[in-house]
Design a protein around this ligand. Structure first.
Ligand SMILES: [Fe+2]
Length: 282
């Protein structure tokens, strides 16, 4: 049986990928960011998951205003790094797990979640930056990856409650797959940031800290947070944090917080990161 053993949440700031790709990660501005992930890289190298379900949002790379799926599940065998305007990131091709992805599509759709099945999709920084932060710069990614792209760009994004419940349905789907696979789920995006307008550069450390605390201890309460609260407190792009609730729904109600990291600034945003393990599952 496949099993979700842990959840990881992390920001997916594009400039982090650029810093790595241009060998600037040890510069004074960036070094503290990467230091916060050293422990995470060791943790996941020891855990050796077979599959990562990677919840992220596409930033007008694979999709555009012509087509806006709320939940898009990548069922392909391979996903190429997207060209986001300055060439694709020099990172390995992302290998999928079509058998598990199709099984998830069947289970989730029959569980009344209207997933969009995607067989051809390039993946942008939302997916590749979290892989780089957790796995470094290998010549091939050491895990299979199932992308789950969530619309948080065009209003209305899904509610936190919908995301949390989707996480629970993902867990059920994974646990009914008959291969022995160790699965980790990533929720990405956030933390507080606003990229445009008079409030550009907004950082709300109090909100972010409370969000991290409640993600561990009060996920149900957190899942009821309305969109307007994310926008007001965490900035317009802070709403990406609803994706963390998909991860949270897919792990145990009571989890072990293994690692937490918070840092400001990284390219005008706050970087947040947390690792939650199912007790005794790893
Ligand atoms: Fe993003």
């Amino acid at each position: 049986m496949a099993k979700i053993v842990a959840g990881v949440a992390t920001s997916h700031v594009p400039a982090i990928g650029a810093a790595l790709d241009t060998q600037r990660s040890s510069e004074p501005y960036w070094a503290p960011v990467f230091k916060g992930y050293e422990r995470s890289k060791k943790w996941i190298a020891e855990l050796k998951p077979d599959v990562v379900i990677l919840v992220y949002n596409d930033h007008a790379s694979a999709f555009s205003l012509e087509l806006i799926p709320t939940f898009a599940l990548g069922c392909a065998a391979e996903f190429e790094p997207a060209d986001e305007g300055w060439g694709p990131r020099p990172v390995p091709t992302v290998l999928g797990h079509p058998e598990l992805a199709w099984h998830m599509a069947q289970s989730l759709i029959l569980d009344e979640f209207d997933m969009t099945i995607v067989n051809d999709m390039d993946v942008d920084h939302g997916l590749t930056v979290p892989l780089s932060l957790m796995f470094g710069q290998p010549t091939a990614w050491p895990v299979k990856v199932i992308p789950l792209a969530v619309n948080v760009v065009q209003y209305p994004p899904p509610t936190g409650n919908r995301c949390y419940n989707l996480g629970k349905a993902i867990r059920k789907a994974v646990e009914s797959f008959d291969q022995d696979l160790k699965v980790v789920i990533f929720g990405t995006g956030g933390m507080s940031h606003q990229l445009q307008g008079p409030r550009a550069g907004l950082i709300n450390k109090d909100f972010d800290t409370r969000f991290l605390d409640r993600l561990v201890t009060d996920p149900v309460g957190l899942s009821r947070l309305p969109h307007v609260e994310y926008l007001r407190e965490a900035g317009s792009e802070g709403v990406e944090m609803v994706m963390w609730l998909i991860m949270r729904g897919a792990v145990d109600n009571q989890v072990q917080e293994v690692h937490r990291f918070y840092h400001v600034p990284a390219s005008n945003t706050a970087v947040g990161h947390i690792i939650l393990e199912n007790k005794g599952a790893a």
